[in-house]
Design a protein around this ligand. Sequence first.
Ligand code: BTN
Length: 266
Amino acid sequence: MQRPDWERFRQAAGGGPAAAIGRHVYGYRSVASTMDVAWELAEAGAAHGTAVVAGTQTAGRGRFARAWVSGDGESLLASVVLRPAAAIAPLLTVIGCLAVLDAVRELCGLACAVKWPNDVHVGGRKLAGVLAEGRTYANGTTGTSGVGVAVLGIGLNVSLDPAQHPELAGTATSLLAETGQAVGLRLAGDALFRSLDAAYGSAEPSALIARWREALDTLGQRVTVRGRDATLSGLAEDVDAAGRLLLRTDDGTLHALSEGDVTLAG
Ligand code: BTN
């Protein structure tokens, strides 16, 4: 594994238990992708909640293996090793998005919405993206048979100026662009890890889904969802207990979709 430029290990305060997420953070000036570093740590047995942050990435990735673009030191680029119970595993993107909403509200009072399944946006411009990758070990190599390991990646645009990135102009925004407030990356990371820890720790699935419904501005809209294999248009009616989008097509069929790109249907 690439040597970290810094490492932080937080002790429990006042004798109480320390938050697991963000207790151990590996920091890099530049990596290919924090996802890859976190996977290396996960495979080497890193504890649940171990986090990787980077100032910049040379091969940051999003869903469908798309490139994730960010400038140097302009975005919080973080990946967290998680060892979720089976009931929580499908909800990691939900937990990641809700944690971003909470952290952003705490940092600068900004209210955002979520475009299903993973885009945190302000007025249609993307502020943050969440990427959940999972692996399952049927033979128990992670220690407990059948329990998988996941890496949850979050990119949150903090001081990014979309005008400086032609490929993002018109589609992206940042905390600075929205509020005029400068927020430090360290502060943003601490807030995100705290919110993630709280959302994950209180992970009662039905409560998470209730919050997910509130956060999604996709619901109630006529949309087109482009998936890997098919494109469907219809009414985004609801989400199910696993956070999947329930799309009613015009022939009356209700489809439960677990991935896809959503655009408003004309
Ligand atoms: C998406 O919008 O499709 C998800 C984007 C996730 C980007 C973050 S940045 C930190 C982590 N490292 C990556 O390579 N990707 C995630």
